[in-house]
Design a protein around this ligand. Structure first.
Ligand SMILES: [Zn+2]
Length: 83
């Protein structure tokens, strides 16, 4: 089991809820994980080999960001929803 990275916004230590039985994945308690495999346009990370970056944001910071209009919700059909 890996340790989840600390919240990228406030630095809060986050406990990994995943038991490691499915590989090195992070499922932080009271937080969200965001994964990127990179993409065209990034000069920082675009390995195109399946490796991924993992970033976590605690629920408190997500809530604040939502209240500040910094989070968008994209529905499964591609339309925008209300966060
Ligand atoms: Zn936080």
């Amino acid at each position: 089991m890996i340790n989840c990275p600390d919240c990228i916004v406030c630095g809060k230590h986050l406990k990994n809820f995943a038991d490691g039985s499915h590989g090195n994945w992070c499922q932080p308690l009271e937080a969200l994980e965001f994964i990127s495999y990179g993409h065209y346009g990034s000069a920082e990370f675009d390995p195109m080999n399946g490796s991924r970056l993992s970033i976590t944001i605690c629920d408190s910071c997500i809530r604040l960001a939502k209240d500040q209009g910094k989070v968008i919700l994209i529905n499964n059909d591609g339309t925008l929803g209300n966060v």
